[in-house]
Design a protein around this ligand. Structure first.
Ligand code: THG
Length: 262
């Protein structure tokens, strides 16, 4: 499982403040902790309150890279904000994200080629997030075809079916799980698939329980990457156990420790 740490995101009130007030210790501490907990990449999102997203992105990337060499997953709806991070990224980055809109894919896939990055592609378009697995699959096929057309390696694409909160979009959980199952058939080897896990529990009680239950179900359906809170120990234990059951890790009595040492 490719773990992408979700915690450096201005969506969190405390983080929005840390970005605004340039509290570098807060950012660097979160970067180091997430990397130590097993994150292979860190999501970096300046959040909705940023007054200067390009400048904030630049500061975040510099601050993180001076304490860890983990990859960065540059998260913004704006290509120019992402490019600000790409210009200074030291290791291979992930662009988060494009959607299935033709113009957006042109812009983002060009950036991906210019900076030799990987790309998360959301299975949505101008009309929003689809309600069904069928529409998600159709958009996923459009994305894969466009990537091939533009010479972006499909192994460098992560399809994201878009997880919605279970309290307001309860029927969507199953659609997402079935979409993941079917995305697998789009290419051989199967495409990478990622979710923003914590979306599922936004606004609910028992968030950690809902997160880890959904994650294990998604792993059973073939998910191989996830934007998660790697500091949630119960979540990480559930993930490791799920990969064990899926025969992706070899069993030994100390499998939790063995995985963490890797
Ligand atoms: N797909 C992709 N990227 C994504 C998402 C996705 N990036 C952002 C998001 N979704 C994943 N990251 C988060 C980070 C935080 C929360 C949810 C998803 C979260 N935040 C608290 C909340 O909203 O309740 C903040 C509360 C606070 O202020 O502290 O839940 O789906 N490709």
């Amino acid at each position: 499982m490719i773990i992408i740490g979700e915690l450096i995101n201005g969506m969190y009130k405390a983080l929005a403040k840390a970005i605004m007030d340039r509290e570098i210790d807060v950012i660097q501490h979160l970067a180091v902790e997430q990397a130590q907990a097993g994150a292979k990449a860190l999501d970096v999102n300046v959040g909705p309150y940023s007054k200067d997203p390009k400048e904030d992105m630049k500061w975040l990337v510099e601050s993180i890279q001076s304490v860890t060499d983990v990859s960065l997953c540059l998260d913004s709806t704006k290509a120019d904000v992402i490019e600000e991070g790409l210009k200074i990224a030291k290791s291979r980055a992930i662009i988060n994200s494009t959607d299935a809109d033709e113009e957006k894919m042109n812009t983002i896939f060009r950036l991906a080629k210019k900076y030799k990055t990987q790309v998360i592609a959301l299975t949505m378009d101008k009309s929003g997030v689809p309600n069904t697995k069928e529409k998600r699959l159709e958009l996923a096929a459009t994305i894969v075809a466009k990537a091939m057309d533009m010479g972006v390696n499909t192994e460098d694409i992560y399809l994201d079916p878009i997880v919605l909160p279970v309290n307001v979009a309860q029927a969507q959980g199953l659609e997402v799980l079935e979409a993941i199952r079917e995305f697998r058939l789009l290419s051989d080897p199967p495409p990478n698939m990622v979710v923003g896990l914590s979306n599922v529990s936004q606004g609910t009680k028992a968030r950690s329980l809902i997160n880890r239950t959904f994650l294990t179900m998604a792993v059973a359906n073939g998910l191989n990457a996830a934007i998660i809170d790697p500091l949630d120990k119960d979540l990480m234990d559930a993930l490791i156990a799920a990969e064990l059951i899926m025969n992706k890790q070899i069993y030994c009595d100390s499998f939790l420790d063995a995985y963490r040492k890797k």
